[in-house]
Design a protein around this ligand. Structure first.
Ligand SMILES: NC(=O)c1ccc[n+]([C@@H]2O[C@H](COP(=O)([O-])OP(=O)(O)OC[C@H]3O[C@@H](n4cnc5c(N)ncnc54)[C@H](OP(=O)(O)O)[C@@H]3O)[C@@H](O)[C@H]2O)c1
Length: 289
């Protein structure tokens, strides 16, 4: 038992060399991958692909040669994205399906249908999310419950559906989009949102731990984006260290392609800010939320 534990600790330490702070230069890194067309013949499934980061990641993965399985509720946006991607990259295959991730059963149906369409799913990006949480104790339980359900329970259902496919294939890459707000408990409108994203990060880490324990060749990556301007924060005042969606999605796709187990994106300044957030007094953490 003790021997097993020591060997497990050694193996984990080797495999989880801290990739969160690896200094990838996204544009340069992606240029190299684009040349190699690393995605050719492979398929990425992305939820929440109708806007913002999901849409941006779909464009970048298409450029890398990946086939795309995209879903969200707004079908007209998905139809438009499909047309745009096929025009720019006629050699790839793009399929879309309407999916409301609050319908847990539908998640399994849609993921399985994509798996049947493409025959193999190489990567699933659990990205659909909402950012509408409100201060606790102010009568906004329904809004907070919905945020917690979409960002955590629906994400759990997406992880379950993805891992079922990956286990059957004996391969795959599960990617969850958490948030820098998962690093510490945050005040006001960020409380439930941050807690849901912390739950998601722990869920992904647990699945990663399970893959180590059972020796299955399935990768699990947790991405912690900082502030990236999209529809989720349209009405927010200027946010600390904010970047535009193009810069943000480049950093995300580079981190995902690198196979990092955990990555704060863009890595500068967020990998440093993340460490600070974990150790600073709560009153100071409040200042960057
Ligand atoms: N932008 C940031 O600063 C930031 C930072 C950290 C983490 N994140 C995370 O990144 C992810 C993407 O966010 P974003 O910034 O790209 O925001 P966004 O532009 O608002 O995109 C959110 C996506 O999620 C989908 N979605 C929301 N509710 C859904 C539902 N019930 N069923 C299916 N799809 C649903 C939306 O599609 P439909 O409305 O068409 O269904 C949309 O495609 C989220 O998980 C968010 O929490 C964002």
């Amino acid at each position: 038992m003790q021997h097993k534990l020591i060997s497990l600790v050694t193996k984990t330490a080797k495999q989880s060399k801290d990739q969160a702070f690896s200094a990838i230069q996204p544009s340069r890194y992606l240029k190299g991958l684009n040349k190699q067309q690393v995605g050719r013949g492979k398929t990425v499934l992305i939820t929440g692909a109708s806007s913002g980061l999901g849409e941006g990641m779909a464009r970048l993965f298409a450029k890398l040669g990946y086939n795309l399985a995209i879903c969200a509720r707004r079908s007209e946006r998905l139809e438009q994205l499909k047309a745009e991607l096929l025009k720019s990259y006629p050699d790839i295959r793009v399929e879309y399906r309407v999916l409301d991730v609050s319908d847990y059963k539908a998640i399994f149906t849609v993921f399985d249908a994509f798996a049947t369409d493409f025959g193999h799913i190489n990567r699933v990006v659990v990205n659909a999310g909402v950012g509408e949480s409100r201060r606790i104790g102010k009568g906004r339980f329904e809004t907070n419950r919905r945020t917690a359900e979409i960002n955590f329970v629906s994400a759990l259902a997406q992880c379950e559906a993805a891992m079922t496919i990956f286990r059957a294939q004996n391969s795959g890459h599960l990617v969850v989009i958490s948030s820098m707000s998962a690093m510490r408990g945050l005040p006001a409108h960020m409380t439930t949102y941050g807690a849901s994203k912390a739950g998601l990060a722990y869920l992904a880490e647990g699945i990663r731990a399970d893959m180590l324990l059972t020796n299955l060749p399935i990768k699990v990556s947790t991405i912690f984006p900082g502030y990236i301007r999209t529809e989720i924060n349209t009405n927010a005042k200027p946010l600390p260290f904010q970047v535009d969606a193009e810069t943000g999605t480049k950093a995300m796709v580079a981190a995902i392609e690198s196979g990092a187990e955990q990555a704060c994106v863009p890595s500068l300044p967020w990998s440093i800010v993340g460490q600070a957030m974990k150790h600073l007094p709560l009153a100071m953490v409040n200042k960057i939320s």
